[in-house]
Design a protein around this ligand. Structure first.
Ligand code: ATP
Length: 368
């Protein structure tokens, strides 16, 4: 959200169907001024349709779209102060970079006298100074993307809508352009709404992320919240590998509940006041939070502790993944390559432990 809390784009109970397909269902989101906001989810979850409704290319069946305080639900696309950047840049190959960027100004009928200064300023921002006269077909993919950005930003939109804009670039260039996009957005302070199915990209770039699934928003939060405290199994799974454990609460101790699995084996979870003994709970724990040690280790003080047997060890370069069978089910633990501990192979008895705060409750818990 913007520092002063002002809202650039609000979607209020927005739904959209195509025949039988309910592409977007009851989406409510408030995107702050100057925010880098991502819509993240798997193919077909409704990201593009949501973005196209903000742009005005699709009309919602239900709900309202408000741009900088103005209800634009029935305002046509060319009258909205937003621009869109696509994966296919749709540049004019026969025209120079300068003319491609100036086209954005012509469309908005900006007086000719202002063109040169604004085009040059924008080319400076996207670091294409000196290439004004080049034809766009003589450019690399990354440079073409910069031209498309300059053209979309030159008429100072209230928000820039980006639909998988880096999808056509190779991995290395993609990473480089992620930084570039962040830098450009920070320099201009323009609100960016960014559609991607790549969770790493969303985590790396966004101020906040809305994770979508089946047309609905499952969770909205900053990257750390989404990663560390996923609210649903879908979010936890989509954002990265996780351990989802189904528990039955044995005891409530202050602000925590405890599920016991034999002597000295327990899972401890911080909870609100609504949970009590006998309730079923589904919790998520990230593999990198699960410490693995020799059998008999005391584990983390006051935290969760289980013993188990390693079934599988997977070496992944930066870290090693251990699949351990415990009384609470299969748990995956990651250990960084530089941790100097004794080698642990399949069949070894081990202790797993993590701090209570590192488990988060998933709202889609199964009933006992
Ligand atoms: P992707 O990442 O693959 O683009 P997405 O999350 O952007 O996916 P949408 O393109 O918004 O998803 O599509 C959501 C659903 O609506 C999909 O089932 C899709 O097939 C359907 N859909 C989208 N546009 C249309 C259309 N014009 N006509 C019919 N169905 C559509």
């Amino acid at each position: 959200m913007a520092a002063d809390g002002s809202v650039a784009i609000a979607l209020e109970g927005v739904s959209k169907g195509f025949g039988e397909t309910r592409a977007v269902r009851d989406v409510t989101v408030a995107i702050g001024e100057g925010e880098f906001f991502s819509l993240l989810g798997p193919s077909g979850c409704g990201k593009t349709t949501t973005l196209r409704m903000i742009a005005g290319f699709e009309v919602p069946d239900e709900g309202r779209i408000v741009l900088q305080g103005q209800d634009v639900t029935s305002v046509s696309a060319n009258r909205r102060k937003v621009n869109m950047v696509f994966q296919q840049y749709a540049l004019f190959p026969h025209m120079s970079i300068y003319d491609n960027v100036a086209f954005g100004l012509k469309v908005k009928r900006v007086p000719r006298g202002e063109h040169s200064e604004r085009v040059h300023e924008m080319l400076r921002v996207v670091e294409l100074e000196g290439l004004e006269r080049r034809r766009t077909r003589q450019l690399s993919g990354g440079q073409q993307q910069r031209v498309a950005l300059a053209r979309a930003l030159v008429n100072k939109p209230a928000a820039l809508l980006l639909d998988e804009p880096l999808g056509a670039l190779d991995v290395k260039l993609r990473k480089q352009m992620q930084f570039e996009l962040k830098r450009i957005q920070a320099e201009l302070g323009t609100t960016f709404v960014y559609v991607t199915h790549d969770q790493e990209e969303a985590l790396a770039m966004s101020d906040r992320i809305a994770v979508m699934n089946g047309g609905r928003v499952e969770q909205i939060g900053n990257p750390r919240e989404i990663y560390e405290h996923p609210e649903t199994a879908f979010v936890a799974d989509f954002i990265g590998s996780l351990n989802a454990l189904d528990l039955l609460i044995d005891e409530r101790v202050g602000a925590y509940v405890v599920a016991r699995f034999g002597e000295d084996e327990r899972i401890v979870v911080p909870v609100d006041s609504s949970y009590r003994a006998g309730d079923a709970l589904r919790v998520a724990v990230r593999p990198e939070r699960v410490q693995i040690g020799q059998s008999g280790d005391a584990g983390v003080d006051g935290g969760s502790r289980l013993t188990g047997t390693i079934d599988e060890v997977v070496y992944l370069g930066m870290y090693t993944q251990f699949h351990v069978d415990t009384h609470a089910g299969r748990i995956v633990s990651h250990r960084l390559a530089d941790e100097s501990l004794a080698p642990l192979g399949p069949g070894t008895r081990v202790t797993l432990s993590w701090q209570a705060e590192q488990a988060s409750i998933l709202s889609d818990a199964v009933s006992a």
